[in-house]
Ligand binder design. Structure first.
Ligand code: GAP
Length: 515
């Protein structure tokens, strides 16, 4: 655990030190769970967004992208169910005055039971060596059975109580399990109450005429309310998709873990409209397609896993998360949901407008079913950034910190370094930049010894360093150094563009999705 915490702390401090992520309004002591992206962070975020957009929109003839407003008519949120059901069950500790999500307190308790069982299994595996049969041990060892059945029992009861909106039973469970406040250690709890996660605001100049609005808690509804507009104006035929990226806002209570859970964040969502009855086929298709998108970025496969939901939201008939191995363990990165016709039907009902498709092949109209793929851009950023950050021990025993970002996403593709600040070398470096900058983000660095400059670029994540030295003046060649291998090559200036392009071309990376 300590190692994981240390790794996570390093990720956070590195993100700040190298201009990726800052606490919002830091000079005023910051704002909890709100973050700003710095000069490198904004570039990396943009590159991830572009990579998603190209994979979803540019690569699919039948998917188009829109950009809906953050403000929406308030009835949208009544129809979508967010006004009535977008709640977290909260409980306060009367001594510490700290507020918690009741379900998270219980889930943490269940996870402790899980860890106890795991510890027994690891101990036994060591003791029995090759002869160890894990399956048999789990089903016969009394302690493991006790821990795991207690865990299942606790989670089942919590699930049922939440489903039945029996909040007094959620509190009773917390008391029976003797769960203590992590801050005060006390078991003095208030009742559990539902708390709506949407931020409210007002539209209009005077208090009397103002209209109560919400900041959107998901981008998806901007797609549903535009279904008919896009279908008609784009002459789209089922199956087709509408994609969008944009800000979403949630008044998260347990807002920890850096940019994993924020109050203002960005989503990249796509709603794919299909014939009723075809939805589970498309659900499987999008599960595979989205996992391949992640894998195309070259991060170890072991870091991803599917988590199929057993308990579904009321509108879904299948749902899975793609989980990522974050520095604090496997957690949800993206959701793929089969949302049936719930949203379009609800908007039909509340707006009185038809949101249907006339299917010429079937010669009838219907409300399409929807498969949704929904990923948090900030979470994707954290996944990429944390897995890229590595500490390497080199052959000579020295250490280097290197950010091995996929080259296609790196904020700066190359930096040009004159070996010395004189003899015309800076001028040649500037000429190279002036030529390359039309195609790539390129930077210039002349401060400090060359070795230190290389290390600085390793830490920022720049895939190529291009060094201009005295030989450059004689034969128009430079040294190119590769971030990941630290290998160096002497190449002609005229070949630079092609070498960089080969590594960073979005098209070449996208091709890996279907391979
Ligand atoms: N339209 C479906 C939807 O919004 P969700 O599971 O609530 O589903 C989708 O959110 C994705 O948005 C999540 O998988 C996660 O990546 C991201 N996300 C949700 N809440 C977030 C938060 N508070 N901070 C950062 N990302 C968040």
């Amino acid at each position: 655990m300590k190692n994981k915490d240390d790794k996570f702390k390093k990720v956070i401090s590195h993100a700040k030190e190298y201009g990726y992520i800052f606490q919002s309004s830091e000079i005023y002591e910051g704002l909890s769970a709100v973050y700003d992206y710095g000069q490198n962070g904004a570039e990396l975020k943009k590159n991830i967004r572009d990579y998603w957009w190209k994979a979803m929109v540019q690569m699919h003839e039948n998917i188009v992208g829109i950009d809906a407003a953050i403000f929406m008519h308030p009835t949208t949120w009544k129809a979508s169910g967010h006004v009535d059901a977008f709640n977290d069950p909260l409980i306060d500790n009367k001594d510490s005055k700290k507020r918690y999500r009741a379900d998270v307190l219980i889930e943490d308790f269940a996870e402790k039971l899980n860890l106890k069982a795991k510890k027994e299994i690891t101990k036994a595996a060591k003791r029995f060596g090759d002869a160890f049969n894990e399956e048999e041990f789990i089903t016969t060892n009394p302690r493991v059975i006790r821990y795991l059945s207690k865990r299942d029992e606790v989670l089942k009861r919590m699930g049922e109580s939440l489903e039945n909106e029996d909040l007094s039973d959620v509190k009773a469970l917390i008391e029976e399990l003797e769960i203590a406040c992590p801050v005060s250690g006390s078991k003095n709890w208030t009742d559990v109450k539902q708390f709506n996660l949407m931020f409210g605001t007002k539209l209009g100049a005077t208090a009397e005429s103002a209209m109560d609005l919400f900041l959107r808690p998901e981008t998806a509804q901007g797609i549903f309310v535009n279904f008919a507009n896009v279908q008609k104006t784009g002459r789209m035929k089922i199956p087709f998709g509408i994609a969008q990226t944009g800000k979403a806002f949630r008044n998260e209570i347990v807002a920890r873990q850096f940019i994993f859970r924020m109050r203002e964040f960005e989503q990249m969502e796509m709603q794919f409209f299909v014939r009723p009855g075809d939805e589970l086929k498309w659900y499987e298709y999008w599960k595979e397609k989205r996992l391949n998108w992640h894998l195309s970025l070259g991060i170890n496969k072991e870091n991803y896993r599917f988590h199929d939901h057993e308990k579904m939201a009321h509108y879904a008939n299948a749902a899975a998360d793609i989980e990522f191995n974050f520095p604090f363990g496997f957690k949800e990165l993206e959701g793929i949901h089969s949302r049936t016709d719930f949203d379009l039907k609800a908007h039909e009902e509340y707006s009185g407008k038809k949101l249907q498709f006339f299917d010429h092949e079937l010669n009838k109209s219907y409300v399409p079913y929807v498969i949704e793929t929904s990923i948090g851009l900030d979470r994707m950023f954290l996944a990429i950034f944390s897995s890229a950050l590595q500490n390497e021990t080199l052959e000579d025993g020295s250490e280097r910190v290197v950010l091995k970002l996929p080259a296609v996403l790196a904020p700066t593709k190359a930096t040009v370094l004159p070996l010395v600040k004189k003899d015309g070398l800076p001028e040649i470096a500037r000429e190279i930049i002036n030529d390359l900058k039309y195609d790539f983000n390129v930077s210039y660095d002349e401060k400090d010894a060359i070795g230190r400059r290389y290390r600085r670029q390793d830490a920022v994540g720049t895939p190529f360093c291009i060094t201009v030295d005295h030989q450059t003046k004689e034969d128009d060649t430079v040294t190119i150094r590769y971030r990941d291998t630290m290998a160096q090559e002497r190449i002609a200036i005229k070949d630079l563009r092609n070498i960089i392009y080969k590594e960073v071309s979005v098209g070449d990376w996208l091709k890996k999705i279907n391979n």
